[in-house]
Design a protein around this ligand. Structure first.
Ligand code: ADP
Length: 388
């Protein structure tokens, strides 16, 4: 099962996108619909709302008077907290129930207007964000019958574009005609969501082209999103972006490498299922090349990302061990030392040309070894304040 979060500002076109995904076969869970369901006439939640805010929030037919409730909580934080305390746990329970009722090979799309505001992004395998310019959204909402001032008030309370961009794995531009965004959704379904779901279910990781590409300035933000997911799946362990994509300016294979700190390899093994379910299946023990000290300190567990649109490697290493420490020092040295960075980039570009036709990255990795070995000594002296 793949869990996809779908969000975007009011009027951006979430329902339009969700509808298309449902046509493809996704199981869509609409948070707005659930929010209405849990306070339907006769529900315990509605009785609690009446007890908390007075019978004025229930109309003559026994239904929730949304306008009256909205007026009560609009500028009163503690009233809003009371409201959320009554409704949120019930919406969450119903959401969990619907997710567990979905088939094991489902692509579950959770349409959540407040995904960003509520910090939900790390819970999903992938977050899709629908974007339309604010003025166009106002026009569309007015055309849908919402008074202009209401539309602007609601938009003003929602997350900013920058906050949305920070959590979006896929940014869907819906400023054109509907068929434009729908064809992008069609391609996303076929090229990414369907294979991603199969990979998660079958515990397969996604491979990709071996080429070294120019430094991508969006790598740090992409890494922050993936790290939040890994942290969520591992109960808040220390996660570091390491490897070539963590060094600003360095050309690299388009793979985000992370180090997950564990207290032992047994603990790493106990995290394997949670990581698999989160979209990072395990490959087992691919130990690092021992560079000094005790061999056992270079053992690790390797996991890799299942998303065909974003290659990820996770190295689970024992915190404080030589292999753990080396990965951080190598990164920090390359970040700090421009000469070393240039040399390493030249070497990688040369080796990736030489090994372009290889079936795997083994020979490429081996050819880097002499330079890496020398780098270990240079790193040590660099730390002591000398240049390389
Ligand atoms: P949301 O669910 O994000 O609030 P909707 O999907 O309901 O947004 O879209 C808001 C309004 O804009 C709806 O009336 C919808 O039919 C219309 N709409 C959506 N996408 C487009 C588009 N690309 N061009 C014109 N109108 C659109």
């Amino acid at each position: 099962m793949l869990r996809v979060g779908l969000s975007g500002g009011i009027g951006s076109g979430k329902s339009t996108v969700a509808g298309r995904l449902a046509e493809h076969g996704a199981v869509v869970i609409d948070a707005d619909v659930l929010a209405r369901e849990v306070v339907a006439p006769g529900t315990p939640a509605l009785a609690e709302l009446a007890a908390a805010f007075g019978t004025g929030v229930v109309d003559a037919s026994g239904a929730l008077d949304r306008a009256a409730l909205a007026a009560r909580v609009f500028s009163d934080d503690s009233a809003r907290a009371t409201l959320n305390g009554i409704t949120h746990p019930r919406i969450a329970a119903r959401t969990a129930e619907l997710i567990s009722a979905a088939p094991s090979d489902a692509v579950v799309v959770h349409d959540v207007p407040l995904l960003v505001e509520n910090g939900l992004a790390p819970m999903y395998h992938l977050v899709l964000m629908v974007d339309t310019a604010a003025e166009v959204r106002v026009e569309r909402l007015v055309a849908r019958g919402l008074p202009e001032q209401d539309a602007r008030n609601r938009m003003g309370k929602q997350a900013s574009d920058a906050q949305r961009r920070a959590v979006a794995d896929v940014w869907l531009d819906n400023s054109g005609t509907p068929d434009r965004v729908l064809s992008v959704v069609d391609a996303l379904w076929a090229d990414r969501l369907v294979p991603y779901e199969a990979n998660v279910r079958l515990r397969r990781y996604a491979s990709g082209p071996p080429e070294v590409v120019a430094y991508d300035p969006t790598w740090p933000q992409q890494a922050a999103r993936v790290a939040a997911r890994i942290s969520h799946a591992t109960g808040g362990r220390r996660i570091e972006h390491i490897g070539s994509t963590s060094v600003p300016g360095l050309a690299a294979k388009d793979v985000l490498d992370f180090q997950v700190a564990v207290s032992s390899l047994e603990e790493a093994d106990s995290l394997a299922d949670a990581l698999s379910d989160a979209g990072f299946p395990g490959l087992g023990g691919y130990d690092d090349t021992p560079r000094y000290g005790d061999r056992s300190e270079w053992r690790k567990r390797l996991h890799a990302g299942a998303d065909p649109g974003r290659r990820v490697h996770l190295h689970l290493r024992v915190e404080g061990g030589a292999g753990w420490d080396w990965a951080l020092r190598f990164r920090d040295w390359l970040r700090a030392d421009a000469v070393a960075r240039q040399e390493y980039q030249d070497l990688k570009l040369e080796l990736s040309r030489r090994h372009a036709g290889d079936a795997d990255g083994f020979a490429y990795g081996e050819s880097k070894e002499p330079w890496m070995e020398a780098a270990t000594a240079r790193m040590a002296s660099y730390r002591d304040g000398q240049t390389s």
